[in-house]
Design a protein around this ligand. Sequence first.
Ligand SMILES: [Zn+2]
Ligand SMILES: [Zn+2]
Length: 101
Amino acid sequence: MLPKRKKVRITGKKLSKLNDDIHGRDDSKCIIKGCGRYVDPREKFHHEPQGNDKEDRIEHGVTLCLKHHTERHSGTNGADIREQCEEYLSGLYPKYWERFM
Ligand SMILES: [Zn+2]
Ligand SMILES: [Zn+2]
């Protein structure tokens, strides 16, 4: 069993700052291979994982363009997009992501 940890949830200015940080790290470009489309910094980052397990921290946030963001949430290739997000984040934060892989 993994130790229970409080999930990080933030709002307001802190959340805007996190969004800026994620855009800064990703150079405001969609991280999906072969995409790299520019994403407006006001566009909200994607949480991976999403839903109940989501956390507001940089280790769980990626920049996705609107097309891939929509696909991740409701497209037929959502699983593929999820894999790419996980690969990307675990490549950046291997120590942190170890426990999820
Ligand atoms: Zn999302
Ligand atoms: Zn994209």
